[in-house]
Design a protein around this ligand. Structure first.
Ligand code: 6CS
Ligand code: FE
Length: 301
């Protein structure tokens, strides 16, 4: 990595070098600033340590049913299917994800300001927060393709211009998450290492990366090192449970060949003190439906 390629204010240079690199995280994980909330002290410490936490029964069965019906309505609406914010599976043309879903669906939008969700995000990020990105993932049965190992922050930094690791994602399961139907895998503690990737970002990269990411993907040697040091845990649990994970968690999921879909609602909260600047390693920013670059109004209950 030559010095010329790295922006002076870039703590996490990526996609600019010729060799991968492991860079020590400079940012806190659980940020100071919001002293109370639904997360107890032990759980917050564990989040800081592992980079993720789970919430059993975040949604009631009745709410799961309501959101499952909403997901079914969205995926069968031809207008939604034709929308540029909808990504279909490479192999089956079935709906894979719908982005900016908190704006498309009022029901799902209300989740972003639900105290059970919002207060947890504020507590972790230690500040007011806004939605950086939202999506529903369908991971349909039989043909649902997984997501190879990656750090979300690597993409949000390189392509969306997110300066620091001060964002948190919540993945709310609307179907039962089993080990065998593509449950998300994470490396506990790997969030304290930034894996700098090799390979320049192509123009309009998101059109490919949201189907199958190839640039900004960590090299096998780095993944092996992190897996050896931290191990791998898998998020499983009944519909209604939720996973909250740090923007730099190393995570991935296998494909789903079982008849059981693994569908979730995914909302990314960013601190209002961490709003995007110019991309750190991409020719142009990604479109607003993938990365909010204009509305940083603090969310309130
Ligand atoms: O590129 C992104 O922003 C999305 N890609 C993945 C695989 N996870 C995070 C995020 O939704
Ligand atoms: Fe991800």
């Amino acid at each position: 990595m030559t010095v010329a390629d790295v922006k002076t204010d870039d703590l996490y240079p990526t996609r600019v070098g010729t060799e991968p690199a492991l860079i020590k995280r400079e940012d806190p994980v659980a940020w100071p600033g919001v002293d109370s909330g639904p997360i107890d002290a032990d759980t917050l410490r564990s989040y800081d340590d592992k980079g993720f936490l789970t919430v059993e029964g975040l949604l009631t069965p009745a709410e799961v049913q309501k959101f499952w019906q909403e997901l079914t309505r969205l995926s069968s609406d031809p207008e939604v299917k034709a929308d540029e914010r909808t990504v279909v599976e490479k192999s089956s043309n079935e709906v894979r994800s719908i982005f900016e879903v908190h704006k498309i669906s009022e029901e799902i939008g209300r989740l972003a300001t639900d105290p059970r969700v919002l207060d947890r995000a504020r507590q972790i990020l230690g500040s007011d927060v806004y939605v950086h990105q939202s999506r529903v993932n369908y991971m349909p049965g039989f043909k649902g393709r997984g997501f190879y190992w990656h750090s979300d922050f690597e993409t949000w930094h390189a392509e969306d211009g997110m300066p620091r690791m001060r964002a948190v994602s919540i993945s709310i399961a609307l179907t039962d998450n089993y080990p065998f139907n593509g449950g998300l895998m994470l490396m506990p503690g790997a969030h304290r290492t930034f894996v700098s990737c090799v390979g320049a970002t192509p123009d309009d990269h998101y059109k490919e990366s949201l189907k199958e990411q190839e640039i900004g993907v960590p090299d096998q040697d780095s993944i092996s090192k992190l897996a050896a040091e931290h191990g791998i845990e898998q998020f499983t649990g009944p519909a209604g449970s939720a996973l909250m994970f740090d923007s730099n968690s190393m995570h991935g999921s296998g494909s789903n060949i079982t008849p059981f879909p693994r569908s979730n609602i995914f909302i990314v909260f960013n601190s209002v003190d961490n709003t995007p600047v110019e991309p750190f390693a991409a020719p142009q920013p990604r479109p607003p439906f993938v990365a909010n670059r204009s509305d940083f109004t603090p969310l309130s209950r």
